[in-house]
Design a protein around this ligand. Structure first.
Ligand code: ADP
Ligand code: MG
Length: 627
């Protein structure tokens, strides 16, 4: 007698269901994918009791022919692929032909469908996958309704793994969100216990799409993200990338679609994380809605039953493409992109001459300054203000095309001298916008710079902002192997541990590339002869000590990008204008212009925001104005 026997069809379906059907949300995912595969342009979802009691999806897709109705519920039955070639070129979301069979084996299901161009419609049902009913006529327009009730009614052990109704509903709605983001061209409607949760009309324009994202992800996301699209080698990456300062405590607003399919893939996640590396506050998570479209034969979706993972043929080129595109989007973000894009030409520009406006602005400034007492009277001089404005403000496109070489801007201004840029020949100002971050009006407690722009009040954390500016400058200079150094008038002698001396002995050349000339002066002393010019006013000893301790932690592996950046970032901290130093109005304006022209300047090296806008509307709200 043989011990091995064949499983019944129901049991083998129930086993398959173990992989695909974990909870109501996974049922909904499969059923929605079927609707989208059927070409539906409108989908209506009904949920009861977190989807355990009832899930119903009605679509207006092509429908199912009478003869296919029973087969649709059977295992290994699909209309989507025929042979291996098809498997290697999947263009539909489903193809395994087991979803409906699996769901049927662990629930009560009913399928109604009207096939395109036919006036009759048909219905079929099953309880736990056994005894698929005869096909009966029914009333149904073109399209399909799939209904599932009492999930796991016949597999009580699995039912026990379900969470509370509320939790299950949460998972179900997340599936709706994902699918709704994956297909802007399809209208989605979703009701829970008869109450409407989502009503998302099909989108035609980008504005429509952003409205849908508002409904699905909350209002703030689009406002705080950058929209972009980039093509390369037959691949397109597009979508909305959250600003680094819009980070979240959880990775719960991260949507990545590959050819319309939601994926959580290691390569992708790694590339995205890398792109945010330099700008995200420790322990925070970025937010994004991104779409990658790629030739179907370059990606294998048949890796996992639920198809959440994919395998790319060319992992490396995908990673590079994602990383380089996303980090560029982040680097290019400038204040006016961040500010709702509504920067308008100040009305005064069209009515008066630029000098009138500037003088008007500086008179307003005079008022605030005299109150704050932070400025010398000469800084309020109108003519001077005008020159500063004309010289300092680099129009956006100029600043960008100059990147990453930002040497024309006035990085050292806030650290000491007046910007060299202010000496540049005046631009033709007659037709220019007020710069995105506006003009400085005061300094608060020697920590924050206050500025006024067309939209309201800008507050800048001057240390954080300057730190980023110095960091980006150092990075660019290091990459070009031209960190400008400044010899110290008198070499600086400092005590050091034997380990530090040892480290300097081994890595003096590498340190020189970072603009630090350090030599051993004895078994426990070092001599510093040169420092980067950008950091010339910093405390030499603590700068060197920081660099050495950083270097020793990282075993002196100077070739690593990450380590280089870490080192430059910690050096930048030393060169930045510390909170507590008074700045002149020119210095403040120079700092604002530098923020505008510097990559990644919305965040300091540690991912903290460098500036914030308080719009007039927000301020009005604060004072109940107009209420
Ligand atoms: P797969 O999607 O992998 O083909 P399923 O078990 O999900 O397998 O579905 C089986 C078949 O039933 C599909 O191939 C399709 O032909 C048909 N089908 C299922 N749902 C729908 C629908 N909403 N509209 C049209 N056809 C459908
Ligand atoms: Mg399917």
């Amino acid at each position: 007698m043989s011990n091995i026997h064949y499983l019944s069809e129901q049991l083998s379906n129930q086993i398959a269901a173990g992989e695909v059907v974990e909870r109501p949300a996974s049922v909904l995912k499969e059923v929605l994918e079927n609707s989208l595969d059927a070409g539906a342009t409108s989908v209506i979802i009904d949920i009861e009791s977190g989807g355990v009691q009832l899930l119903r999806v009605r679509d207006n897709g092509v429908g199912i022919e009478k003869d296919d109705m029973q087969r649709a519920l059977s295992r290994h039955a699909t209309s989507k692929i025929f042979d291996l070639d098809d498997l290697e070129n999947i263009v539909t979301l489903g193809f395994r032909g087991e979803a409906l069979a699996s769901i049927s084996s662990v629930a009560r299901v009913n399928l109604k469908s009207g096939y395109q161009g036919q006036k009759d419609a048909w219905e079929v049902g099953s309880q736990g996958g056994v005894d698929i009913s005869e096909v009966k006529p029914c009333a149904h327009p073109e399209g399909t309704t799939f209904e599932m009730r009492d999930l796991f009614f016949n597999t009580p052990a699995r039912r026990k793994f379900l969470k509370t109704e509320k939790t299950e509903l949460g998972y179900v709605l997340e599936v709706v969100r994902r699918q709704a983001l994956s297909r802007f061209d399809v209208a989605f409607e979703c009701r829970n216990n008869g109450k409407q949760v989502f009503k998302l009309p099909a989108c035609e324009s980008q504005a429509d799409q952003e409205r849908r994202i508002d409904d699905v992800c909350g209002k703030q996301f689009v406002e705080n993200s950058f929209h972009f699209s980039q093509q390369n080698d037959g691949m397109t990456l597009s979508g909305w990338l959250g600003s680094p300062t819009f980070s979240r405590s959880q990775g719960d607003l991260q949507y990545f679609f590959v050819n319309g399919r939601v994926v959580k893939d290691k390569v992708i996640m790694h590339a995205v994380r890398q792109a945010y590396k330099d700008v995200l506050f420790h322990g925070r998570h970025p937010a994004y809605v991104l779409f990658l479209s790629i030739n179907p034969d370059a990606v294998d979706v048949n890796v996992h039953p639920t198809k959440h993972e994919v395998r790319f043929r060319e992992t490396r080129s995908i990673h590079n493409f994602l990383y380089s595109t996303l980090s560029r989007v982040i680097a290019d973000a400038r204040p006016d992109d961040v500010m709702s894009g509504q920067r308008i030409r100040a009305e005064q520009w069209s009515t008066g001459s630029s000098s009138e406006v500037v003088s008007q602005m500086s008179q307003q400034s005079a008022l605030s300054f005299s109150r704050s007492g932070a400025l010398t009277p000469s800084a309020l001089n109108v003519a001077e203000q005008l020159t500063a404005y004309q010289g300092l403000y680099q129009p956006k496109h100029d600043a960008r095309s100059a990147s990453p070489d930002i040497s024309q801007s006035s990085l050292h201004a806030a650290a000491g001298g007046v910007s060299t840029a202010s000496l540049a020949s005046p631009n033709d100002t007659a037709e220019q916008d007020i710069p995105p971050l506006g003009f400085a009006i005061a300094q608060l407690k020697h920590i924050y710079v206050l500025a006024e722009n067309t939209e309201g009040l800008i507050l800048v954390d001057m240390h954080a902002a300057h730190e980023r500016i110095v960091y980006e400058r150092l990075k660019a200079d290091y990459a070009a192997q031209r960190i400008v150094t400044q010899p110290l008038l008198v070499p600086y002698m400092m005590g050091a541990s034997a380990k530090e001396v040892d480290f300097v002995e081994q890595h003096a050349d590498a340190l020189l590339e970072f603009g630090l000339e350090v030599q051993c002066a004895g078994p426990t002393s070092l001599q510093v002869r040169q420092v980067p010019a950008l950091l010339k006013s910093s405390d030499v000893e603590s700068l060197v000590r920081d660099v050495l301790s950083n270097g020793m932690i990282n075993d002196g592996d100077f070739a690593l990008d990450d380590f280089q950046n870490e080192l430059l970032s910690s050096m930048a901290c030393h060169g930045s204008v510390r909170a507590g130093r008074p700045l002149t109005v020119m210095e403040m304006n120079a700092l604002l212009r530098d923020i505008e022209s510097t990559e990644r300047s919305g965040q300091c090296n540690h991912g903290r925001p460098t500036w914030r806008l308080f719009s007039l509307a927000e301020l009005d709200k604060l004072f109940y104005r107009g209420q």
